[in-house]
Each structure stands twice: as C-alpha cells, then as structure tokens.
Design a protein around this ligand. Structure first.
Ligand SMILES: *Cc1c(COP(=O)(O)O)cnc(C)c1O
Length: 461
C-alpha cells in the first residue's frame, strides 16, 4: 500500500514513511492510494474477536510490510493494555435504538488515546529498528497533547513538544500535559488560540531546514496512522449492533474532522453505514459548509467543548480530495483560497458531500441542557463534547440504530458538567493526585522564530 498526497506534488510513500513524516512535503496530507475492501464475510467474522484482534484485521491492509504479523500483534497488545475496560470501546444504550460508544477508557480519558497509544508503539518499533531519534511536535486544543505526552513519555528515541493555547484548555487538560516528570516531555503555552498553534506547527513542517535539523515528526490528527487507528471502532461498534446484516448510523462530535473521516473510511472499505452525522458546537464551519456550500472561516469562539473550538478543520482536506475525484491540483487551489478566507464547493462536490454526510450544531445552552437531561433520564454523565453529539443525533430521524461517539470522560471537564447537572464527576484513581503535582511548562509568543529557538534549546539539538 502506497500513500499519496492530497496536493499531488509529493512523492508517494510507504506506510512507515507517511507515519513518520505526518505532513507531505507539498503541504498536503497523505491518504492511501486506494481504499482496501473488507467483505461482508470478513466483517461478520469480526464479531467473535477481541478489540485487538479486530484491529489487527482492519489495520493489516494499510501497513504494507512495515510490521510483521507478530510485530503488529505485539504493538496492538501494548497499545491497549492500559485501557480500563476489557471491551476497550464499550457500548451503552441511552434511548430506544440509540447508543453511545465510550471512547474514553484510555489513560488520559479522551478518545485521542485510542490512536495515540497505537502510534506511540508504532513509532517506537520503527525508530528502534532504524536507530533514529525524532522530535515530535504537536498542536493541541487540549486532548491531543495529553494523549501524545502519555503515549511518548519516557521513550528514548523521541522528544515530545506540545503547543497549546494559553488559558484555553481545561485545568485537567493542562495538568495532564504539565505534570509528567519525564525529561523528554515539553509543554509550551502559546499566546494564541488553537488555530494559531496549528498554523505555527504547519510553518515548522514547511521549513525544510528546521524540519531536518530537529528531525521533526508530527502526531496531530493530520497523521494518517491516527485516522487509521480510529477506523477500527466504527467496525467493532457496528458489528456489535448487527452489521453487516443491518446498517448503522453514527454521530460524531467534530473539530479537526479526523474522527468522522475515519467513519467515512470505514464506509469506503465496505462497512454498511446508513448515515454519518457531523456534530459541531458553536464553531460550526462544517455544518455551515453542508448547508451553504461555502467553506468560510470565522473567528474561533471559546466554548464548553474546547477540543472542538476549531475553524480550520485539517482533515477536511482528505475528504475534499475524494470529493474532487482525487485531483491534487483542485485541492491545492482550494486550500490556497482557504488561506485567504474560504471557498465555494463546486456543485458536484457539494452534492457528494451531502450524499455522504448530515450535520447539525449545538449551542452552549443546548450542550448544558443535554448533559442535564441525559443524566436525569439515564444516569449517564456526558462530557460537553459528547453532549454536542447527543443533541445533534436527537434531531436525526432514521430506522438504523444511532451510535454517538462519546469522546471524553466527564471528569476531564468537571466545571461544565457540574454547572449543567449538579454532579461533580470524579477522576479515576490513577489521576487522583493530579492537583497536587508540580507543573512544568514554558510560555512562548505566537511567533515561529521564538518557537523554533525554544524547541532547539529544549531538545538540545
Ligand atoms: C479531539 C476531540 C474531538 C474532535 O475530534 P476530531 O477528530 O478533531 O474531529 C472531540 N471531542 C474530544 C473530547 C476531543 O478530544
């Protein structure tokens, strides 16, 4: 399996090289040159398997010869051993024909662990074999950073530098990034918002000199390996509810479009998905795009669901590539226009987008109401991101079972949850001492030169 860039001007790479480089050299994102197919019989056979064994079968066609079967099994076993539930991604019913898939049983209590724990193990295996050392730089709206730090801390071959928007992540999220004691972990509070952090990260990747000087590697949701890891739970969840013999719908709380794009990939691979619903908070660029056909940035408004406070939804580029018949030139032009504010989709592309996805958005008041009502009706305590999706899912009518992806544990956002339903969600025991541990972080201006200097200093290169 080869990986090609959405902008059509970078060399095709193996899985291993696409994973290590993150962003393509032409500024595009890597996608598989074709979608592997999984037959109805193969989907049926997943029903008997553990999460790890199902993951093996879904991931195998994507990795080429990067890992032997034994290596891949070992990687999967280590990646998910730290999850606190034997099903890894358990399903809970919240209403007739409505379910939530709990993606938050990993070490940092957010769904990012599902992919990040896997890619931590994959990086380690590849770098050990190559005898190389890399600097992982990530931008985070809160959850990616802690998941990356948890996955890479203490590894010999990696420095992890995480850029987060100062003052715009929850206290639990910040402490998850600033309290690990491992010396290869560096949390950087940037004077800006998440889109600034993400833009500076892209600048660093486009700076070829710096990129090779520090051996830059990216683990943001633009990294193909993360999207791939997320494809797995669409399969395992759907199979639990009767796929492939019955179609299943999903509603996904969406920011950077990684998680829902993984659902789209599952569908392309042959999983019978009835509807894929994009749920946004008040930062609703994707919902507006589906409604109007115009993909236009507005300012980011901080919300109760900060991990979705995003206007530049990076992985949307991967979808655009398919909507425009995989023509890199067309995508390159659109991304240029987005840099200047936005673009209009062609009629053909908009028609395909609407055929594949539905969408809805959820206000701040509706987020709180949904947390309160869901708790009162079912006893299930939702985090604000999951609540956004539950609200949007309630507006969708259809016969297929609806699965809402619950992307974080309520205890990660205790203030919003307590204000909504009166309950103070408790951290699990392994995190109970978080508020008494010393923090370690560096402040930095939203400035490329300053960030580059800081990274050189911290990593000693
Ligand atoms: C990252 C995140 C999201 C958004 O996921 P994307 O893949 O960026 O669309 C939603 N909820 C939580 C809790 C997250 O951490």
């Amino acid at each position: 399996m080869k990986y090609i860039s959405t902008r059509g001007q970078a060399p095709a790479l193996s899985f291993e090289d696409a994973m290590l480089s993150g962003l393509a050299s032409d500024g595009g994102l890597y996608v598989p040159e074709s979608w592997p197919q999984i037959s109805a019989e193969e989907i049926t056979a997943l029903a008997r398997l553990s999460y790890e064994d199902a993951a093996f079968r879904i991931i195998k066609p994507f990795i080429g010869d990067t890992f032997t079967d034994d290596e891949l099994r070992g990687i999967l076993a280590r990646a998910y051993a730290g999850f606190r539930h034997p099903a890894r991604v358990p399903l809970v019913q919240i209403a007739p024909n409505a379910f939530i898939a709990e993606l938050h049983h990993g070490p940092t209590l957010a769904f990012k662990d599902v992919a990040m724990q896997l890619i931590g193990q994959m990086f380690e295996a590849v770098l050990k074999r190559r005898g190389e050392r890399v600097t992982i730089v990530g931008a985070t709206s809160g959850d990616t950073g802690s998941a990356a730090i948890e996955a890479f801390k203490g590894l010999d071959a990696v420095d992890v530098v995480i850029l987060y928007p100062d003052g715009r992540v929850s206290e639990v999220q910040r402490r998850q990034m600033t309290t690990p004691v491992e010396h290869n972990v560096h949390a950087v509070a940037v004077d800006g918002d998440f889109d600034d952090c993400q833009a500076r990260l892209k600048d660093m990747f486009n700076d070829t000199g710096f990129r090779s000087e520090v051996k830059l590697a990216g683990v943001n949701s633009i990294n193909w390996a993360r999207v791939m890891a997320q494809v797995v739970y669409f399969f395992t969840t759907a199979v639990s509810l009767g796929a492939p013999h019955r179609k299943i719908s999903f509603t996904v709380p969406t920011g950077n479009f990684g998680d829902i794009f993984a659902g789209y990939v599952a569908k392309r691979m042959g999983l019978p998905i009835e509807r894929l619903v994009i749920a946004t908070n008040q930062n609703d660029i994707l919902h507006r795009t589906l409604q109007s056909g115009e993909h236009r940035k507005q300012g980011v408004m901080p919300s109760l669901s900060p991990s979705m406070d995003i206007q530049v939804s990076s992985n949307f580029e991967r979808l655009l590539f398919d909507l425009y018949d995989r023509e890199g030139e067309a995508v390159r032009q659109l991304m240029g226009e987005l840099g200047a504010g936005g673009f209009a989709l062609s009629q053909g592309a908009l028609g395909r987008l609407r055929a594949e996805f539905d969408s809805g958005s959820c206000s701040e008041a509706e987020t709180s109401t949904t947390i309160r009502e869901t708790y009162a009706r079912t006893g299930e305590v939702l985090c604000p991101h999951s609540a956004v999706a539950v609200k949007v899912a309630q507006e969708q009518k259809g016969a297929a079972p609806m699965v809402v992806l619950a992307t974080a544990h309520a205890a990660k956002f205790p203030d919003a949850v307590q204000a909504a339903c009166g309950l103070h969600p408790e951290l699990p025991p392994h995190m109970a001492d978080m508020f008494t541990r010393p923090e370690r972080l560096t402040n930095c201006a939203n400035d490329l030169a300053a960030l580059k200097a800081l990274i050189l200093e911290k990593t000693g290169r």
